[in-house]
Ligand binder design. Sequence first.
Ligand SMILES: Nc1ncnc2c1ncn2[C@@H]1O[C@H](COP(=O)(O)OP(=O)(O)O)[C@@H](O)[C@H]1O
Ligand SMILES: [Mg+2]
Length: 235
Amino acid sequence: MPDAILRTQGLNAHHGDFQALYEVDLEVSAGEVLAIIGANGAGKTTLMRSITGLLINGPGQIQYQGQDISRLRADQVASLGLAMVPEGRQLFPSLSVRENLMIGAQVGRTGPWDLNAVYRLFPVLKERKDQASTSLSGGQQQMVAIGRALMANPDLILFDEISLGLAPIIIKDIYATLPGIIGEGMSAVIVEQDITKALSVSSRVYCLQEGRVSLESASGTVSRDEISRAYFGIE
Ligand SMILES: Nc1ncnc2c1ncn2[C@@H]1O[C@H](COP(=O)(O)OP(=O)(O)O)[C@@H](O)[C@H]1O
Ligand SMILES: [Mg+2]
């Protein structure tokens, strides 16, 4: 396996007294698309928030490009080239589409992604660039959230619930842009409810169940039975 760009080892995470992740070991290879599945409340968002520095974890639990990032803040993690498309988009409602996209550029990393590149990927955002982000459809808001992450020119991009709440036709459109996003050298982690989609775009899949890794497999060979067991804990 090529070098890991991201590795968690014995990752634990808490929300107050509640432990949401238990000893999670996960590895993303450079250039890989990894899928993470799991029922509601399994800990997927907690894992994404831990990796991106929105939750602070114990030392030595998260390595990114060979560096221990467990104790870094979100802005420090972002400046290392790790970007997230968060669950629920989290756009600034008072800002225009263009201004929301520019937030991603604040980390100051150079690379192929700038406003024009994002507008080429999602032409509708160019048409709407001066409108408030709240005036857009859910699918268009997701495009803004993806574009904002790309503006940081990340080496690793995390998508938390890429298609949740979107119409099937929009989901298809967004997935059609993925090959153009995850271009040469970029790695991705995709948290996805739609298991068929998750398997079709990824090389490997992890399933979380109640805060623990219940399955790690190649996406092409995993069986429906294995997934059901890992997902629901059915024996
Ligand atoms: N801010 C929070 N405070 C308390 N509990 C939380 C918080 N965020 C998540 N949790 C709990 O942690 C568990 C994992 O949640 P989450 O990571 O959001 O799961 P998923 O993204 O897989 O649906 C759930 O039991 C959830 O209720
Ligand atoms: Mg979630």
